[in-house]
Design a protein around this ligand. Structure first.
Ligand SMILES: [Zn+2]
Length: 437
């Protein structure tokens, strides 16, 4: 049986912000009353701004700070958000690890849960259709946090969020869907709760934006320790989704916001390259069926296949070599046009991969090929043969005859790793010859 496409992102529809412990606690009754008043105000503001009404008023409940992680944990166990689809066999983690998109010691699922617990001040629960909020009158963002969740409640009444989240088969496509959901919530809540901010523009050039995001994440205490490969896909929907919503609003007014959930971005690259989103330009892709791949050597079984996507690729050098990352990310970006990763495994836990990537032009492809080789070296912690000046491919095998190959052909790059040397070369050659779909 072909492995299921993986939904490894555990998703919380929560506004993530700094963890602030309340400095004093009002009496419970007062806090409940304050919450009811604030909710009513926000509901009215939101209905007026969006020009639509709630079918029924959203349920809002207060949670206390020290119970937050328990609440989240309990909610996760009962399927509190639609796409909180666990990865019990950890297949997705194993795949990302094989590609170096996750370090051996990292588990995306565990880290995501931890991030959700510490970063969330409020949650919209898709299953029970209620908002849980940590009231804290000392927190300046209180109104914004609650508005954000109210937007989710309104979204859910107009579009079935559960179904929408389940509609993406690719994990990179899920980032696009989340960007539409979180982007609208971030943008609308900023406009309503923080008018000063709303006057600002949608943000300038995207050049180096991932690097800036990384720097910003480093300053948030509970994120500083989390690897870029986990924190970046987590935060991209909020940060770049808001920018997308802002641009849509600038261009098309309220109809632009309405259209986000109807046609969410197809993947993370459309958040960087908005023209691709506006023009609905698909990425370059190849036939995804394992039966279309060269026959795997004996003992190897397909683990899965996926599009890594531009956001995850941008996080790759950040995880392994921040100096190199600065060079790539502060330049003109990755110029990604598409990729597909196939991972196979042995019972022993050993993995091998075939990865095909497309870029906007041959120079970008060559630059990625060379970068990959450098990262390979960093990941292995040993010297590899240097990339020769006019070379278009590199090949190396270790003392156990495990082979590593990178090949650049025009604007495409092929990577094959982990099989024995002859098989690797042969499989890569055949994979590169496959037609685009
Ligand atoms: Zn949210």
């Amino acid at each position: 049986m072909r492995p299921r496409p993986f939904f490894h992102l555990a998703v919380a529809l929560a506004l993530t912000g700094c963890l602030l412990v309340p400095r004093f606690q009002d009496s419970e009754e007062t806090e409940d009353r304050r919450l009811a008043r604030l909710s009513a105000e926000i509901q009215e503001d939101l209905e007026q701004f969006r020009g639509m009404r709630f079918g029924s008023p959203p349920k809002v409940e207060r949670i206390v700070a020290h119970k937050r992680c328990d609440e989240l944990d309990a909610a996760a166990k009962t399927g509190w958000v639609a796409s909180n689809i666990l990865d019990p066999s950890a297949t997705a983690d194993r795949m990302w690890r094989a590609a170096g998109l996750l370090k051996v010691t990292d588990s995306a699922t565990v880290q995501r849960k931890r991030l959700d617990c510490f970063a969330s001040r409020s949650i919209y629960q898709v299953n029970s259709k209620r908002i849980l909020v940590l009231m804290d009158s000392q927190h300046q963002d209180e109104r914004r946090v609650l508005t954000h969740e109210m937007v989710h409640a309104m979204q859910d009444q107009r579009t079935d969020l559960r179904a929408l989240l389940r509609s993406s088969r690719e994990s990179d496509a899920l980032i696009g869907v989340l960007a539409a959901i979180e982007g609208e919530a971030e943008f609308v809540s900023a406009r309503l709760a923080d008018p000063q901010k709303a006057k600002e523009s949608c943000g300038g050039s995207m050049s180096g934006a991932m690097w800036q995001l990384d720097k910003a994440l480093q300053k948030i205490p509970h994120l500083a320790e989390s690897p870029a490969t986990v924190s970046i896909p987590t935060y991209v929907p909020y940060v770049f989704g808001e920018r997308l919503a802002c641009r849509m609003f600038e261009r098309y007014g309220m109809a632009g916001l309405d259209s986000l959930l109807i046609r969410p971005p197809a993947g993370s690259w459309q958040l960087w390259h908005l023209d691709d989103y506006f023009e609905n330009r698909p990425p370059i892709d190849w036939d995804t069926a394992w039966s279309q791949l060269p026959k795997l050597p004996q003992g190897w079984l397909p683990l899965g296949q996926a599009r890594a996507g531009e956001a995850r690729l941008a996080g790759l050098p950040l995880s392994w070599d921040r100096k190199l990352a600065r060079k790539i990310l502060q330049g003109r970006g990755l110029a990604w046009r598409g990729d597909r990763l196939w991972v196979a495994g042995l019972d022993s836990g050993r993995t091998a991969l075939l990865w095909r990537l497309a870029f906007t032009d041959p120079a970008k492809a060559l630059s990625f090929g060379k970068t990959w080789w450098t990262l390979r070296e960093t990941r292995m912690g040993r010297k590899l043969p240097a990339w020769k000046k006019s070379a278009k491919s590199m090949f190396w095998r270790d003392s156990l005859r495990v082979a590593y190959t990178v090949r650049v052909e025009g604007s495409e790059v092929g990577i094959a790793e982990g099989f024995d040397s002859l098989t690797t070369v042969r499989m890569l050659a055949r994979t590169m010859a496959r037609a685009r779909r």
